[in-house]
Write a protein of this length. Structure first.
Length: 493
């Protein structure tokens, strides 16, 4: 029972903070407290209970969870009180408890933001995804999915799509540029560079809209003891190129011809500085009498071969449908999302292709310098279906080798959301075929089915209080076969 005391202490503390803060203005200030527990037939938490939850759900079960949030939002642009300059913030502490880690405190959100018209500057951690698609019900975007804790960063960008008035709002732009601090324990001093730019063609009320854009994410700099044993990828002291004079090569993703004369460079860096991951996205939206349709494709890339589409059809393909339904109906079908993810091509099986301008063997998310690749505190930053080997069952034939021992997959996903009266229901199902990696091919392949059914139901006696219930199952050759559930209470102000 002593392990529960920290959770009860934080519950009382956060309830008190939230009550005081939100009393100032119900229109701008929001508060929330949630407490719950996870149970499972095995010691592992099922995939869909912990996936795309910003790294806060423990991988071990049973577990307890307490989280709270307090924040101030911007005034609505169409509000009579709307100003050119506004500010906001969000604080979201989380306490988890497992028998392995005991009480653990996380902070998935802690940021301060300020805006001028449609331009925003923020610093800290913020829950967000990067890419073009269905942000509500997606299986997880390719580049940044919301599966890991957010990386703390400083970002300047637009607030959503900002229309260009000289085009009579026919063209809108969504762009951002950021610098982050990749403070992971296995390597020190790593930085994160991120940028994205997306265009929307079509006025906000148009029947048809077209989208296109690209995001670019780079881990760079840093030093670690293990790098001292790898002189081909770092200098003799275990340092990667970290001087700010290299920053332009990171941002523009190129290497100068005289790279061998630059202090800190190795032959490994002569191709590109740092570990890049991103997607080139396309989408078409239709709004008609039946509802809103969005078809999208997130094309995966890690180097030039991906940028010139040598790895087609790799990436996330999706179709989202939001119907127009009667608001007075007791039962409403709210959203359907279908997705297909494939990452098997990778521009071929070998990195060096004689006579070719481009390299193959893209080996998604893995990297020779950053041995935990495109992950943050042990969680995949991008699509959760390229998972760390530590998440796999000990008996899986795909466990072992690189940090991401399985990045050649085909995955099919169905997501469904509906409501009955004031209760909200959600179904997520995924089926994947998994083929390991080109570099460390397994003796065979493995299939995996994972599913989730969740409900959020209001408690009539308590205003803005909800009962949360979720049940999930894993069955296949990748994760531990298990059935588990989550039960909790949520209070909003």
């Amino acid at each position: 029972m002593s392990g529960l005391r920290p959770i009860l202490f934080y519950a009382l503390l956060l309830l008190g903070i939230t009550d005081q803060a939100v009393g100032q203005s119900r229109s701008l200030w929001q508060g929330e407290v949630e407490i719950g527990s996870i149970l499972s037939s095995e010691s592992a938490t099922p995939f869909w209970l912990r996936t795309n939850q910003y790294g806060i759900i423990p991988k071990q079960a049973p577990a307890g969870l307490l989280q709270a949030s307090i924040g101030k939002s911007y005034q609505r642009p169409d509000s009579a009180r709307s100003r050119k300059i506004d500010w906001g913030f969000k604080l979201n502490p989380v306490v988890t408890y497992t028998q392995t880690d005991q009480a653990k405190v996380l902070l998935p959100e802690a940021h301060l933001k300020i805006r001028f018209r449609s331009i925003e500057l923020y610093i800290g951690r913020r829950r967000e995804v990067t890419g073009l698609g269905d942000t509500t019900l997606s299986s997880g975007f390719y580049a940044v999915s919301g599966n890991a804790l957010p990386v703390p960063k400083l970002q300047l960008g637009t607030i959503g799509y900002a229309p260009l008035h000289f085009t009579k709002d026919f063209v809108a732009i969504n762009a951002a540029f950021s610098h982050g601090w990749f403070n992971v324990p296995y390597i020190q001093g790593v930085r994160l560079h991120q940028k994205h730019v997306y265009l929307r063609l079509g006025k906000p009320a148009s029947t048809w809209k077209a989208y296109a854009g690209v995001n670019h994410n780079v881990q760079w700099a840093g030093h670690a003891d293990y790098l001292k044993q790898q002189p081909d990828v770092a200098d003799v002291n275990g340092y990667l190129p970290s001087d700010w004079s290299f920053y332009k090569y990171v941002v523009l993703s190129y290497t100068p011809k005289d790279w061998d004369k630059l202090a800190g460079y190795t032959s490994f860096d002569s191709y590109r500085v740092g570990n890049s991951a991103g997607s080139i996205d396309f989408g078409v939206e239709l709004n008609n009498a039946t509802g809103r349709w969005l078809a999208y494709y997130q094309h995966a890339y890690e180097d030039v071969s991906g940028i010139v589409f040598k790895n087609l059809p790799d990436g996330l393909w999706g179709l989202s449908y939001v119907p127009k339904s009667e608001k007075t109906a007791s039962f409403r079908f709210n959203r359907l999302t279908l997705e297909y993810l494939t990452t098997k091509d990778q521009s071929g099986s070998t990195f060096y292709i004689p006579g070719s301008t481009y390299q193959g063997g893209d080996n998604y998310y893995n990297h020779s310098q950053y041995v935990q690749g495109w992950s943050y505190f042990g969680r995949t930053i991008g699509t959760p279906f390229i998972a760390p080997g530590q998440d796999f069952d000990d008996k899986s034939i795909l466990k072992g080798g690189q940090f991401f021992p399985n990045n050649r997959i085909d995955m099919w996903y169905v997501g469904l959301q509906a409501s009955y009266r004031n209760a909200l229901f959600q179904l997520r199902t995924s089926y994947s075929e998994n083929y390991g990696t080109y570099r460390d091919p397994p003796p065979g392949s493995a299939t995996q089915f994972s599913g989730l059914l969740s409900a959020q139901m209001p408690i009539s006696r308590w205003t803005n209080t909800y009962l949360l219930a979720r049940i999930a199952v894993d069955d296949g050759g990748l994760f531990t076969n298990t059935t588990g559930g989550y039960i909790g209470l949520k209070k909003r102000w």
